[in-house]
Design a protein around this ligand. Structure first.
Ligand code: CP
Ligand code: NVA
Length: 304
């Protein structure tokens, strides 16, 4: 069998493959809305390993696999020996011998890398401390559906240089856009990743400068899962980094704004923008379902 394809970062798929997945995601969305039968993988089993909380990721993967005709198995640390210290490598060998595809949400990015290295089936990164590539599929699908190609556009990241920000750096390279990052000093994304994509991504710090003329503003929580103890300190540092009507006013006239959710109204995004009737944030959340169905289809077919 050819080498197993995984999706640990956006860089695991070529730009052309990513475009094909997005096109298929939009197509599958229309099929789903038309009530078409999408059960093309009867009996397929998706193992969903969650070491962190989730609403969108769990519901979209579980519903998505059911719609594709398969079954999804939710595994929390309490349910598996992973939670009691069984090595990731041993768990990967065993779990992948019984299922067709695996999705993992965890802390260290090395955990998904080690799992994938010992897995005989495709592994999808459903968020690590470093990257959240599935969310980028949904975000890019949403931008394309509302505004067309993102190639050549300017995206402004507002907030923490976290897993989402780092996936936006990867996306800037894969989808051919420029990224300006407005974050408080000390909360920059990984320096090596920035250096690797220096032609695409730049830290600007000042939100109004970074957002000027941007086609898309994106933000995320100030304290990610695992950083709950830092919430108070971060709230003080991040106060000037809110996506609100005033910041949107300096962006391009047809700029969109996104948030992967869950959101904290009044912190990283104003309640007014969250609840605006024309926001695309709910489309962005729904597109997790369609984008990941297209991704699972791609990986399952590649692994046949
Ligand atoms: N955006 C996102 O991944 O949401 P959940 O944490 O609810 O899965
Ligand atoms: N940066 C956030 C994203 C949640 C979907 C976190 O890691 O908690």
């Amino acid at each position: 069998m050819a080498q197993v394809r995984h999706f640990l970062t956006l860089q695991d798929l070529s730009p052309a493959e990513l475009q094909a997945v997005l096109a298929r995601a939009s197509e599958m969305k229309q099929e789903h809305r038309a009530g078409r039968d999408q059960r093309q993988f009867p009996g397929a089993v998706l193992a969903m390993i969650f070491a962190k909380s989730s609403t969108r990721t769990r519901v979209s993967f579980e519903a998505g696999m059911a719609q594709l005709g398969g079954h999804a198995m939710f595994l929390s640390p309490n349910d598996t020996q992973l939670g009691r210290g069984e090595p990731v490598e041993d768990s990967a060998r065993v779990i992948s011998s019984m299922v067709d595809i695996v999705m993992i949400r965890t802390f260290g990015h090395d955990i998904v890398e080690r799992f994938a290295a010992h897995s005989s089936v495709p592994v999808i990164n459903a968020l690590t401390d470093d990257f959240h590539p599935c969310q980028l599929l949904a975000d890019m699908q949403t931008y394309q559906e509302h505004r067309g190609s993102i190639a050549g556009k300017t995206v402004c990241w507002v907030g923490d240089g976290n897993n989402m920000c780092q996936s936006y750096i990867n996306a800037a390279e894969r989808f051919d856009f420029q990224l300006r990052i407005a974050c408080p000093p000390g909360y920059e994304p990984d320096a090596a990743l920035l250096a690797q994509h220096a032609d695409r991504a730049v830290v600007v710090h000042a939100p109004h400068e970074a957002a000027a003329g941007a086609d898309l503003l994106v933000t995320d929580v100030w304290a990610s899962m695992g950083q709950e103890d830092e919430q108070r300190e971060r709230a003080a540092q991040f106060a000037p980094y809110q996506v609100n009507r005033e910041l949107l006013a300096v962006a391009a006239p047809d700029a969109l704004y996104m948030h992967c959710l869950p959101a904290h109204r009044g912190e990283e995004i104003s309640a007014e923008l969250m609840d605006a009737p024309d926001t695309v944030i709910w489309d962005e959340a729904e597109n997790r379902l369609h984008a990941q169905k297209a991704l699972m289809e791609f990986l399952l077919k590649a692994n046949r």
